[in-house]
Design a protein around this ligand. Structure first.
Ligand code: C6P
Length: 411
C-alpha cells in the first residue's frame, strides 16, 4: 500500500506529542534521539493519569472491583502485545522491566540451566552491551564459549561468516534485529533458519526494530524476541520477553517470590507456568497499561505511514550529509533503519552534542553502549541522530546547519 504524507497529516501527528511544540535553548526543540527513547503521545500520559487517579489497584490479588478491573486492564495489555507480535498465545508474553532485563532473564534461566562447557553462543559484532555482557556472564558460569560474527565496513554481517560459526556446538544465537549504533537491519529470518538448522535456539533483540516495522514472531520463528516499551512511545520500566510456550515452561524461574508459584511449603515450592512463572512480585501495572495504549496508538498511525515517513527522513538526511565535506557516516548498510551515526573530522562527538544542544537539537553522542562497534570503526564515539515518524525534513535541515556550525566553531 502506498501512503502519501501531507504536511497536514504530519502536523496532526506532531500535535499528539506536546513536547514537540516546546522550546530548547530558546528555539523550537528538534528531538532526534529516538533510538535512545521516543517521546510519548498525550494518550499514553492520559491513560497513566486516569489509571492512577481513578482506577488504581493491585492485580491478581484482590477480590474487590478496583483490583479485578486493574487485573483485566493488565491482562488485556498482554493480549494487545500478543496481537502486536502475532504470538500464538498470551502465555508467550512476559512483562519485564525492559530489553535488558528480558535478555538477562533468558541468560540466567535458559543459559545457566541448559548450557554447559564447550557449548557455543553466537552473537554479532554490532550488539548492544545488553546482548553481550549477559552472555559473557553465562560463559563464565557454564564454560560455554562466545563466538562473534565480524562486521563488514558498511556495518553489516555476511551470512557466510555467520554460517561458518555455526556447528552442533552452537546452542544459542542472540542477535540484534536493528543496530542502535549503525542502523543496520539484520536478515533475522535467514539467521533463525540457519541457526535452527544446527539445533540452536535464537533470541532476537528487537529494541530498535519494533518502532520501525511490523514484527511477526510466528513467521520469524525465533525462540525469544525482546524489546522495551519506552522506545515504542510507551512508558519506561516495561519491556517484553516473547518466548515459545513449551520452551518457557521448561526454563527455571529467573526471580522467585510472590505471584509466580503454584504452591509453597517450607519443604518445597512448585512454580506456575509462563507467564506468571517469570513475573515475580508486583509488576509495573500502570506502565504496562500505558504501554498497551502506546501500541494501540502506533497501530492507529500504522506501519505503512511510519515506514514511508522514516525512510524518507533517512534518505533525505543521508543525501544532505553526503554533500558535507569532513563528515563521515558510520553505518552504510543497504538495509538500514532511521539511525544516522556520524563523525566530523577534528571534532569530538561530545562537542557536537553540546553545540547541537545550544541550537535546540537533541542528539546522542557517545559509544551508544556498543563499545565493540566503536572499536571496529576506530572511533571513540559517534554523534547519532535517530528519526521517528514525527520528525520532519525541516528538522533535518536544522541538524545539517548544526553540523556546519560545529565545523565553524571547532575546526
Ligand atoms: N539502546 C540507545 O540509545 P533498555 O535500556 O533495556 O531499554 O534497552 C537496552 C538496549 C538493548 N538493545 C539495543 C539494540 C538497544 O538499542 C538498547 C538501548 C539505547 O541506543 C540506550 S544505550
Amino acid at each position: 500500500m502506498t501512503v502519501s504524507i501531507s504536511s497536514d497529516d504530519l502536523n496532526r501527528i506532531r500535535a499528539d506529542f506536546p513536547v514537540l511544540s516546546t522550546t530548547s535553548s530558546g528555539v523550537p526543540l528538534v528531538y532526534l534521539d529516538n533510538a535512545a527513547t521516543t517521546q510519548k503521545p498525550k494518550c499514553v500520559a492520559d491513560r497513566l493519569y486516569k489509571f492512577y487517579t481513578e482506577e488504581y489497584g493491585t492485580i491478581h490479588r484482590g477480590v474487590y472491583q478496583l483490583s479485578q478491573q486493574a487485573t483485566d486492564f493488565y491482562e488485556s495489555s498482554r493480549e494487545t502485545v500478543r496481537g502486536f507480535l502475532n504470538a500464538r498465545s498470551i502465555s508467550e508474553v512476559i512483562f519485564t522491566k525492559g530489553t535488558t532485563e528480558a535478555i538477562n532473564l533468558v541468560a540466567h534461566s535458559f543459559g545457566r540451566a541448559f548450557l554447559k562447557a564447550g557449548d557455543e553462543i553466537v552473537i554479532s559484532g554490532m550488539e548492544h552491551h545488553a546482548n553481550i555482557v549477559p552472555w559473557q556472564q553465562v560463559c563464565e558460569f557454564t564454560g560455554a564459549v562466545l563466538r562473534v560474527v565480524p562486521l563488514q565496513d558498511d556495518g553489516s554481517i555476511l551470512m557466510s561468516d555467520f554460517q561458518s560459526l555455526l556447528s552442533d556446538r552452537t546452542k544459542l544465537v542472540s542477535m540484534v534485529h536493528v543496530s542502535n549504533a549503525l542502523g543496520t537491519v539484520n536478515p533475522v529470518s535467514e539467521i533463525v533458519k540457519l541457526a535452527h538448522g544446527v539445533g540452536a535456539k535464537v533470541l532476537i533483540d528487537g529494541a530498535q526494530a519494533v518502532s520501525h516495522f511490523q514484527v511477526d514472531v510466528q513467521s520469524l520463528d525465533c525462540d525469544f524476541y525482546v524489546f522495551s516499551s519506552h522506545k515504542l512511545y510507551g512508558p519506561t520500566g516495561v519491556g517484553v520477553l516473547y518466548g515459545k510456550e513449551d520452551l518457557l515452561n521448561r526454563m527455571p524461574p529467573y526471580q522467585t517470590g510472590g505471584d509466580m508459584i503454584e504452591s509453597v511449603t517450607f519443604e518445597k515450592t512448585t512454580f506456575a507456568k509462563a507467564p506468571a512463572r517469570f513475573e515475580a512480585g508486583t509488576p509495573a501495572i500502570a506502565e504496562v497499561i500505558g504501554f498497551a495504549e502506546a501500541i494501540r496508538y502506533v497501530q492507529t498511525i500504522g506501519f505503512d505511514f511510519i515506514q514511508k515517513q522514516e525512510s524518507l527522513l533517512l534518505a533525505y538526511a543521508t543525501e544532505q550529509f553526503e554533500k558535507l565535506s569532513g563528515v563521515t557516516i558510520i553505518g552504510t548498510a543497504s538495509e538500514k533503519a532511521s539511525v544516522l551515526s556520524f563523525a566530523i573530522d577534528g571534532v569530538h562527538p561530545h562537542d557536537i552534542g553540546t553545540v547541537m544542544d545550544d541550537l535546540g537539537i537533541a542528539i546522542r553522542a557517545g559509544h551508544h553502549c556498543a563499545q565493540p562497534v566503536m572499536k571496529r570503526f576506530g572511533v571513540p564515539a559517534t554523534a547519532r541522530a535517530s528519526f521517528a515518524f514525527y520528525n520532519t525534513t525541516e528538522e533535518i535541515d536544522r541538524l545539517v546547519a548544526g553540523v556546519k556550525r560545529c565545523q565553524e566553531l571547532l575546526t
